[in-house]
Design a protein around this ligand. Structure first.
Ligand code: NDP
Length: 467
């Protein structure tokens, strides 16, 4: 694809409007349209002086027709049918050399299908993951691009300009063909689920197990944000826990319903991991915990019915910090294992060190650990496992004992810590050369004559069960 001449954006919601202002702010001209036209005029007003570089249109089709070729049109609409509808509308108008860029949180299978469809029509298709929420989209998100390299080269100047920068380098790159960008964004969100859940579990234990006030816990998170846990999520957790509700004067978290929804990316991470024969226990647990949270009425009913005793815990702050560090390493490591499997299965050639680098700024899971992760992927990585890199193995050796103490104390006292305990179970398993699947194999052979692999012997051996 040649360098794009004109840039358009369709969908001026939270992300689309922020991204549009970012593009304009970086000196690029931009055409925009939105399904509901009044939103477009409101956006023009919001753009203020930046509107000098803005051209608004009544509809997607009007916008596409008015733009000079070659065009690149960014779709920032909900994943699913709205993207398919926009593609159909644009296919009738666009010409070879033009590009459609889906920047929403799309399932990578859809991106693979659409890439084949759109490119079969002689157009270019790019599936682009954008992370950082509204603030990131406005001031610099992390951008994960999937598509042909030629397609990326056409939009690279714009992408590099609008992306977050880490030490001056853009947190954006072409990661691989077709669904690669959207898949990496999906797994990014899976890791985000796990990290958020673990932070919430530590909060829950300090709050309900140790009787600490939210502000006191928030101060701990604020302090941890200056150490090994330094990250956007720890930073905002500290701020959230110290915030006070203006209406009631109560801690802000205490006026919020403990029920969270999910849009799909966490669940997709788990589904794809399982489909590829992988497991990401911490991410699975986090996705499951969100589902449990949505069963609010059942939980309220369950409290007096089950009447489970809960006791106090007494753990030092340093144990929580180390446990969260171990948990975070596990969450990233499980995410990268999924990426590695997908890269091999779909022949994407993902560069894991580069992915860690583009997550260092702009995105929700940015953290101090990502520098170490990219260094680990560029160095000696036994078995391709992040947790076996000398630096991470050392960190885990130091931090896992604290994770064990936190999980043991929580479980013993009746406080749920699903992601921390699931993550711990995985790392314990990975550090155990001989596990217990010999027994599982024997059971399978017993009831189903499945056969087993004898140590130092033949596969398909049978045991003496039926003698
Ligand atoms: P919003 O709900 O704020 O905005 C949705 C936009 O899509 C609006 O412009 C809306 O137009 C338009 N739209 C909705 N349905 C249709 C349709 N059927 N046909 C055409 N246009 C439609 O969503 P966000 O901006 O938050 O999200 C957009 C995409 O970005 C999603 O894929 C989301 O998952 C992803 N994303 C969101 C992030 C976030 O933090 N919010 C972070 C990263 C990615 P109208 O004004 O007419 O309703």
């Amino acid at each position: 694809m040649a360098q794009i001449a004109t840039l358009g954006l369709y969908g001026l919601g939270t992300m689309g409007s922020a991204l549009a202002l970012n593009i304009l702010d970086n000196g690029f001209g931009l055409h925009v349209a939105n399904r509901t036209e009044t939103v477009t005029s409101a956006f023009r007003a919001e753009a203020g002086a930046l509107a000098a570089r803005l051209t608004t249109h009544a509809s997607l089709a009007d916008m596409a027709r008015a733009m000079a070729a070659p065009r690149a049109i960014i779709l920032m609409v909900p994943a699913g049918a709205p993207v398919d509808d926009a593609i159909e509308e644009l296919s009738a108008i666009l010409e070879p050399g033009d590009a459609i860029i889906d920047a929403g949180n799309t399932d990578f299978h859809d991106t693979r299908r659409r890439t084949a469809l759109v490119e079969g029509r002689g157009l270019t298709f790019i599936g682009m993951g954008v992370s950082g929420g509204e603030e990131g989209a406005r001031n610099g998100p992390s951008i994960m691009v999937g598509g042909t390299r030629a397609a990326f080269e056409g939009i690279k100047p714009v992408i590099d300009s609008i992306a977050a920068k880490f030490d001056g380098s853009p947190c954006a790159d072409h990661l691989g063909p077709d669904g690669a960008g959207h898949f990496v964004k999906t797994v990014h969100n899976g890791i985000e689920y796990a990290d958020m859940q673990m932070l919430a579990e530590a909060y829950g234990l300090m709050r309900y197990g140790q009787g600490m006030a939210p502000a006191e816990i928030g101060a701990r998170f604020e302090a941890w944000d200056k150490g090994v846990l330094k990250s956007y999520l720890v930073e905002i957790t500290g701020k959230v826990l110290q915030a006070v509700d203006g209406e009631t004067g109560k801690p802000a978290v205490d006026v919020i319903l403990d029920r969270a929804g999910q849009k799909g990316t966490g669940r997709w991470t788990v589904i794809e991991a399982l489909k590829m024969g992988q497991s990401a226990s911490a991410i699975e647990a986090a996705v499951g915990a969100r589902s449990w949270s949505s069963e609010k009425t059942s939980r309220v009913a369950g409290e007096p019915i089950l009447s489970l005793p809960r006791e106090a815990v007494d753990l030092p702050a340093s144990d929580y910090e180390s446990a969260l560090l171990a948990g975070r390493i596990i969450a990233y490591a499980q995410g990268f294992r999924i990426l590695a499997t997908a890269s091999a299965d779909y022949d994407w050639g993902l560069d894991f060190a580069r992915i860690a680098e583009i997550w260092r700024a702009g995105c929700i899971i940015r953290s101090a650990l990502l520098d170490d992760i990219s260094a680990a992927f560029r160095g000696d990585l036994p078995e391709g496992q992040l947790i076996f890199a000398p630096s991470f193995a050392g960190m885990l050796r130091d931090a896992v004992p604290a994770l064990r103490r936190v999980v043991a104390a929580a479980v013993g006292a009746g406080h749920p810590v699903p992601a921390l305990s699931a993550g711990l179970a995985w790392v314990e398993t990975m550090g155990q050369g001989r596990g217990t699947t010999d027994l599982i194999q024997a059971q399978r052979d017993f009831f189903g004559m499945h056969g087993f692999e004898r140590i130092g012997g033949e596969a398909g051996s049978h045991g003496p069960w039926w003698d």
